[in-house]
Design a protein around this ligand. Structure first.
Ligand code: 13P
Length: 255
């Protein structure tokens, strides 16, 4: 069975480098007892070099892999405040979250998301494309929202490219909320997302992993992974809590 992918999106946390370093080493220690899980940590940019150093110095067999929370689509140049995929890959970054709803809310467009996906693939970073609806309406309009987000994000991405891309389904109403989506609905959405990709790429099966994100915690992770039929989880708040994240990683290992 394929490894589950557990991605921690730290967003703009923790508050200090010391806390970040403690978390990196704590997670590293926890992973030494966990097998068959791909753990990806996406800290804020300034903490990436510290994690990179720790990974280089470590002799551990199992470790986390580094991800970023965003990139800019140009490789270099006069783009004040931006960070390219090329710059990040020098620090051992292997994944990048693209199109998170918190960025889309602040103006990131589908077109930019698409350019970033292509830019990530150009240098071998695995894009984690975030999609998700604002509301679930009775008529099922949310399905067209999801389909359109996928089509626009993967425009121009080759079959090889989509094989190393990840789709993270994060219903916006479940992010930072008190409860996650129920596993039955997660299952329906994971099938729907794969179906959209099968249609776009005109293939019979698709290997692109689909993750779920939105209020994942140690209590609901098991159900979401088992009944939800997803290949992993994208975790916000609970990825900053060592004990909770360790529990979730253990759950993912046993599934
Ligand atoms: P929470 O797990 O805090 O709801 O955040 C989810 C998220 O946005 C991960 O990208």
């Amino acid at each position: 069975m394929a490894q589950k992918i557990i991605v921690g999106n730290w967003k703009m946390n923790p508050a200090t480098l010391t806390e970040a370093k403690n978390l990196f080493s704590g997670i590293q220690r926890a992973l030494s007892k966990i097998k068959n899980v791909q753990a990806v940590l996406c800290p804020p940019f300034p903490y990436i070099p510290a994690a990179s150093e720790l990974l280089k110095a470590s002799k551990a067999k199992t470790s986390f892999v580094l991800g970023a929370q965003n990139i800019f689509f140009e490789p270099k140049g006069a783009f004040t405040g931006e960070v390219s995929a090329e710059l990040l890959s020098q620090f051992g970054v292997k994944y990048v979250i693209i199109g998170h709803s918190e960025r889309r809310k602040r103006g990131e467009t589908d077109e930019e998301v698409n350019k970033k996906v292509l830019a990530a693939l150009r240098v071998g970073l695995k894009p984690i494309i975030c999609i998700g609806e604002h509301i679930r309406d009775e008529e099922g309009q949310y399905l067209s929202v999801i389909k359109a987000q996928i089509e626009k994000a993967v425009a121009g991405v080759s079959k090889k490219g989509i094989d190393s891309t990840i789709i993270a389904y994060e219903p916006i109403w479940a992010i930072g909320a008190t409860a996650a989506m129920n596993p039955h609905d997660v299952h329906e959405m994971s099938i729907y997302i794969k179906k959209c990709l099968v249609e776009i790429y005109k293939v019979r099966t698709i290997v692109t992993p689909v993750l779920y994100g939105g209020s994942v915690d140690p209590q609901n992770a098991f159900g979401i992974i088992h009944e939800g039929g997803v290949q992993g989880l994208l975790i916000g708040r609970q990825s900053l809590e060592l004990e909770s994240l360790t529990e979730i990683l253990k759950t993912a290992q046993s599934s």
